[in-house]
Design a protein around this ligand. Structure first.
Ligand code: PEP
Length: 251
């Protein structure tokens, strides 16, 4: 185990009304009250963010947004800005989730701007990357990841790198029940760290690399045992408080 504190983040996507979110938090806080040596992050949808932030205040659970615009304000219907999230006490933000890239055409150029603005505005970005099934099949995984990392982090200096979290999420494993084997997840995370080291030097050792893709209570322990996996970004299995608490309490 490295000296990088693990992060277990639950991405609720477009699930849970505010009432459902509140009921979850009330159950979840008790289940993870004794968890130590791990950062716990919940990522509710925008309508529940402020309430979940309020309910978790003073606890060991942090709250992150699932996306953020790069402008502070403007005519961007449907978007949410950094100051709006700061106002309600949000410190972490997921950027470039594959669903945002696929359905909302977010590209590496947008993400490079978002990463810079997130850091300047005092957020910790959780930048997602990952390859499709086809890209892995034809041997393009490394080229895809390298492109996403180099372009998405284009505006970043090495000194800022440790404030960024990378989530490696193979698209073929998201919501499919098909988890990457610990060996594949480790090999790819190690490649990611190596790519960061080439661009940023020693700072790469301090970066937390999360694995995401059908993480469940039954597979989290073996994934977390791998050297370059510093946590998990969990979708489906974060929706039930007991399951997510078991993942947080990985062994
Ligand atoms: C995700 O959406 O980030 C994710 C990893 O989803 P799931 O755990 O459901 O595969």
């Amino acid at each position: 185990m490295s000296n990088r504190t693990p992060i277990i983040a639950g991405n609720w996507k477009m699930y849970k009304t505010m009432a459902e979110a509140a009921a979850y938090v009330n159950e979840f806080l008790g289940l993870v009250a004794d968890a130590s040596g791990v950062e716990i992050v919940l990522c509710p949808s925008y309508t529940s963010l402020a309430e979940v932030r309020r309910l978790t205040a003073g606890s060991n659970v942090k709250v992150a947004a699932q996306n953020m615009h790069f402008e502070a304000e403007g005519a961007f219907t449907g978007e949410v800005s950094p100051p709006m999230l700061k106002e309600i006490g949000i410190d972490d933000v997921i950027l470039g989730h594959s669903e945002r890239r696929e359905y909302y055409n977010e590209n590496d150029g947008d993400l490079a701007r978002k990463v810079v603005v997130a850091l300047e505005s005092g957020f910790r970005p959780i930048l997602c990357c990952g390859e499709t099934d086809d890209e892995r099949e034809v041997g393009n995984t490394e080229a895809k990841l390298e492109g996403q990392l180099v372009n998405g982090l284009a505006g970043i200096e090495a000194s800022r790198l440790p404030s960024i979290v990378i989530a490696y999420e193979p698209i073929w494993a998201i919501g499919t029940g098909k988890t990457a084997t610990p060996q594949i997840a480790q090999e790819t995370s190690s490649f990611i760290r190596g790519t960061l080291a080439q661009k940023f030097g020693d700072a790469a050792e301090q970066v937390r690399i999360l694995y995401g893709g059908s993480v469940k209570p039954g597979n989290v322990d073996e994934l977390m045992a791998e050297r370059d996996i510093d946590g998990a970004l969990v979708g489906g299995a974060s929706l039930a408080a007991a399951d997510f608490a078991r993942i947080v309490n990985f062994q």
